[in-house]
Design a protein around this ligand. Structure first.
Ligand code: HGY
Ligand code: MN
Ligand code: MN
Length: 424
């Protein structure tokens, strides 16, 4: 049930961890290794509010309550596990955590590594006898990947007000379910989703640990890094409309085939991005309608992900792509529409917080990233920082994403050291 402000009741657990030995990241990750495996794509498919992600939420709630943390789910579906100070005043909280949802066929570490490392960091701090002078919380944000409702970091965007609640409520998943309906089916009251002044106002700093999603730490031969910036990135939906028809009775000269126009546009997207050093442009999702083997499609929907350090260049690349798509569509006797779904400007993490992390982790190099994160969404509102852990494959959003056990534990230790330096 939901109380008037929309935040949900808290969670309790029958079991409490005994002793003060810290769990290991490897051990916690193996606890959840069976949740959400994808036999068709390989890797993990854990969309928000799927059975797999709900099982991961239960695992997190159980682990957090076992550690004596006060666990609550907020109005937007984020789970907060609080290590409260005696007075339970939650102002100026130090927050860490990440997400549990994944992309389709994703790796095991993108998100869960940050959550597991945060739990182990709490163990390490408790084992050291830490008595926090400020509240510490571990948070799990929902729908970071935007894989179900199409908007990345939906949970943190809702909390900060970075997305209009009505737009969020009406987002639809591939089966046509609205976010409002799915949220309601999972205990939220969709009327209350949106900016949470109280929670946001309580966050003094947010430090997210995440698997590195590129090759930086391989090339630097280091196990961890401190983040400097996140590449600006956005998502656009293109729809090309043509003439659906029969594959056998329609001569080639008589076709207005949106699949041909879309395919030509995808190559043009690649060519446009290649002309801009540092630009990235991707079409990873394409849906012909109706999608029959012996049917010329009537429409093709596809989604564009464009990223660049300079937001103006991102805009210029998208504009050039739109112009080319219009030309190509006209040549194929089709029409095209392009609509923006989400846009995140380039983020530069808080220099002061970055400096404090560097003092706590003097060996760690500074590294930028092309991957978006909840820490990026929060950064205009609160001090944020990130710690990356080496990924020896240099590959992510793929089953090949990897972290070796030793680096995973080094990461949790580094997170504990970073948090400790901010708890003094
Ligand atoms: O898409 C991203 O950059 C992130 O992994 N959600
Ligand atoms: Mn992630
Ligand atoms: Mn990701």
């Amino acid at each position: 049930m939901t109380n008037p402000t929309g935040s949900l009741t808290n969670h309790t657990s029958p079991t409490h961890r005994t002793g003060t030995t810290a769990a290991t990241v490897t051990g916690l990750m193996s606890d959840i290794a069976h949740l959400g495996t994808d036999p068709i794509r390989g890797g993990y498919t854990r969309p928000v509010y799927s059975t797999a992600e709900l099982d991961l939420r239960s695992w997190f709630i159980d682990q957090a309550t076992q550690r004596g943390l006060a666990v609550e789910t907020d109005r937007n579906g984020a789970i907060w596990a609080w290590w409260d100070t005696p007075g339970k005043d939650r102002a100026n909280a130090l927050v860490t955590g990440s997400h549990l949802d994944s992309v389709p066929g994703g790796g095991p570490f993108d998100g869960p590594l940050g959550v597991a490392s945060a739990l182990v960091a709490v163990d390490i701090l408790k084992a050291r006898g830490t008595n926090p002078t400020r509240p510490l919380a571990v948070v799990v944000f929902p729908e970071e990947e935007g894989s179900r409702f199409g908007v990345a970091c939906l949970g943190s965007r809702l909390m900060t007000g970075a997305i209009d609640p009505d737009k969020a409520r009406n987002l639809r998943d591939p089966d046509g379910n609205t976010f409002a309906d799915i949220a309601k089916a999972n205990g939220l009251d969709p009327r209350y989703v949106g900016r949470d002044e109280e929670l946001l106002g309580n966050i003094g700093a947010f430090v997210e640990l995440h698997v590195e999603q590129g090759r930086g730490l391989i090339d630097l031969n280091q196990p961890i890094a401190i983040a400097s910036s996140i590449l600006g990135h956005g998502r656009w939906k293109l729809s090309i409309n043509g003439q659906g028809n029969h594959a056998g009775t329609t001569l080639m000269a008589d076709r207005h085939d949106p699949m041909v126009a879309a395919s030509r546009t995808v190559v043009a997207i690649r060519d446009t991005a290649r002309k801009q050093p540092q630009a990235r442009a991707t079409v990873g999702r394409l849906q012909p309608v109706p999608g029959g083997t012996n049917v010329i499609a009537s429409r093709v929907d596809f989604w564009l992900d464009v990223r660049h350090p300079d937001d103006a260049i991102t805009a210029a690349v998208v504009e050039a792509i739109h112009a080319q798509a219009q030309l190509i569509a006209a040549e194929e006797g089709c029409t095209v529409t392009l609509s923006e779904e989400s846009l995140s400007p380039t983020v530069h993490f808080d220099p002061g917080l970055q400096k404090q992390l560097q003092l706590a982790l003097p060996e760690a190099p500074i590294l930028d990233t092309g991957a978006g994160h909840d820490a990026g969404v929060l950064s205009p509102y609160v001090q944020t920082a990130m710690v990356f852990v080496r990924n020896p494959s240099g590959i992510s959003h793929s089953p090949e994403e990897h972290v070796v056990d030793e680096d995973a534990e080094i990461g949790a230790q580094a997170l504990a050291d970073a948090l400790a330096s901010l708890l003094d």
